[in-house]
Design a protein around this ligand. Structure first.
Ligand code: ADP
Length: 248
């Protein structure tokens, strides 16, 4: 894979729910190693867009091409995850009663049964991968702690770690900095910039300050369509974007 080649191409996606058009002819391309922010008012279609990519929602029409020639519409959500697309929802969902390390181990082995995961031994390479992720997420000191005892921000980091041990090509993140302290938000921005290049990231975000610090390119959704795309500066200067945000 080469930097800037397309990794994910959505082509003229249409999604409707009981006659309500949630996405209309939506086309969007994410490049290899790109860090893209998706913004837009409530109801713009951001969640539906991620649901289409992960196979949770099937479009009425349009194609979702991954890695140039894989049609994601033909794969199940589990197959899509195995193809290297990881998603983080807004609220952290970690195994609260298990340790930080065990959470990462389960994510890495990714077996159906939690207990089967914990029984199977880790090989050296898997151990190293978990250690590396613990360090990257600044959770090294918490490895033996129950995940339920972590701060909200640390749980968010742990969940990002649970995606990273699976070595995804594309990370979909829904408001990853929500509820974080300023210091945690700053570190999240630094982390995403360091992950970009090796991974592609699509971040749905409301906090414009955060968007400004992380994104190369911003896509603005409105009423299920791409309203504008470009640098944050470019989209913020776009009259249609200003109208939507100021409700003119
Ligand atoms: P966003 O994430 O940008 O706030 P969504 O993708 O959640 O927007 O929703 C886009 C539109 O589609 C909204 O008007 C929402 O009410 C509608 N919608 C989303 N999911 C469903 C569903 N399962 N059934 C009916 N309408 C839905």
């Amino acid at each position: 894979r080469h930097q800037r080649d397309p990794l994910l191409q959505l082509e003229k996606i249409n999604v409707s729910f009981d006659g309500f058009q949630a996405l209309t002819d939506l086309s969007l391309t994410i490049g290899v190693g790109e860090l893209r922010c998706v913004i837009g008012p409530n109801g713009a279609g951001k969640t539906t867009l991620m649901d289409v990519i992960t196979g949770k929602t099937r479009p009425d029409s349009g194609r979702v091409l991954y890695d140039q020639d894989t049609d994601l519409n033909r794969l199940t959500p589990v197959q899509i995850a195995h193809a290297g697309i990881g998603r983080k929802f807004q609220k952290p969902t970690v195994f609260e009663a298990l340790t930080v390390f065990d959470n990462l181990e389960i994510a890495l082995k990714n077996d159906k049964s939690v207990w089967a995961c914990l029984r199977a031994r880790l090989d050296g390479e898997q151990q190293d991968r978990i250690d590396e992720v613990l360090k990257l997420l600044r959770l090294g000191g918490e490895r033996g702690r129950k995940a339920g005892l972590l701060s909200h921000g640390q749980k968010q980091f742990l969940e990002i770690g649970m995606l990273l041990v699976q070595e995804p090509h594309l990370l979909l993140l829904d408001e990853p900095a929500a509820g974080m302290t300023d210091a945690e938000t700053d570190y999240t921005a630094e982390l995403f910039r360091s992950l970009a290049g090796k991974h592609s990231l699509m971040v749905v975000e409301h906090d414009m300050g955060f968007v400004e610090t992380i994104a190369d390119r911003v896509t603005v959704l409105h009423q299920g369509q791409v309203l504008a795309e470009g640098s944050l500066r470019e989209v913020q200067a776009d009259d249609r974007v200003i109208d939507v945000y100021l409700g003119r």
